[in-house]
Design a protein around this ligand. Structure first.
Ligand SMILES: [Zn+2]
Length: 301
């Protein structure tokens, strides 16, 4: 029997191991509360680390979610003004396409940030990355980038995604100051305005996971990845393993994709976590590990 298809629908890459380690140290995961036995990935997250993890865990394909946010820039670039930041965003997307171009098994979802490069200019950059540089989707992070998903600067970008037939992968979850920007319900207006948009909410809603089942019912075109939340099972703000499995059933298992958020979490470890979930059938779990992403994201199998 052929090996089952394995696709990681949500992974991050860094230019160097040192850069990946710095990012992992600076990005605090607080929204699930305390859990002392979270299985974090020891690798740092450059392309060599990603390739080694893929081979070790039997993955044929990964989606590189290119994350850009002013809050994550170094002090110099952060204070350099909007034009410099927009150039930084473009260079980061170009880097992600270039670093993966010579290698099998990588689909790049380029960063969009409407606070830096939104509107028609943002849409034009996106179209260039897709048509000239091989990008296959968009990554947004409304919590770290601090914007409401339905803000006007995003509208030409969503329209471009519909026109190009590419998905939008968005972080979802809670914000520390209580702003609802990344909660599932914040995406309702987007999908009412762009019913054909292929929207993927990462982390099944994260700390706002209790909104996810009703959101999924209201918007059957949306899909989800299960990275991070699966590693935090049992934490105060996260579901139990039975609650997570029930949420996947309520959403529809065919709409849920395996992701890792590598280099935060590991590919092999996340496969084990999926296979250990109760309530779901073996076939449903196998589809979550690869076939769903191949179909929903249209990445090469
Ligand atoms: Zn991520």
């Amino acid at each position: 029997m052929a090996d089952p298809l394995r696709i990681d629908a949500h992974l991050h890459l860094y230019p160097t191991k040192a850069a990946g380690l710095v990012e992992k140290q600076n990005y605090e995961i607080w929204e699930y509360g305390a859990k002392h036995d979270v299985a974090f990935e020891p690798l740092a997250g450059d392309i060599e680390d990603a390739q080694n993890a893929m081979v070790a865990a039997g993955f044929s394909h990964v989606v590189v979610a290119n994350l850009f946010a002013i809050a994550l820039l170094d002090e110099e670039t952060r204070s350099a003004g909007l034009t410099a930041q927009a150039e930084h965003l473009k260079a980061s997307n170009q880097w992600a396409c270039d670093v993966t171009a010579g290698h099998e098994g990588f689909s790049v979802f380029v960063a969009v940030d409407p606070t830096v490069l939104g509107g028609e200019a943002g849409a034009a950059h996106l179209r260039d990355m897709v048509e000239q540089h091989g990008a296959r989707g968009v990554k947004i992070h409304p919590a770290v980038q601090r914007f409401a998903p339905d803000e006007p600067q995003m509208l030409p970008i969503y329209q471009t995604c519909v026109d190009l037939g590419i998905p939008v992968l968005s972080h979802s979850g809670l914000m520390r100051d209580g702003s609802p920007y990344a909660e599932p319900n914040a995406f309702g207006n987007v999908l009412r305005g762009f019913p054909e948009l292929n929207l993927v909410l990462a982390h099944l809603g994260g700390g706002a996971w209790r909104q996810t089942a009703s959101f999924a019912k209201a918007f059957p075109q949306a899909s989800f990845d299960l990275c991070e939340i699966i590693a935090w099972i049992g934490a105060p703000g996260a579901p139990s393993s039975a609650e997570l499995a029930q949420l996947i059933i309520d959403v529809g298992p065919e709409r849920v994709m395996m992701g890792t958020d590598f280099p935060w979490y590991g590919l092999a470890e996340t496969v084990n976590q999926v296979m250990k979930l109760p309530l779901l059938s073996h076939d449903q779990k196998t589809a979550i590990l690869g076939a769903n992403a191949s179909r929903v994201l249209k990445v090469p199998a």
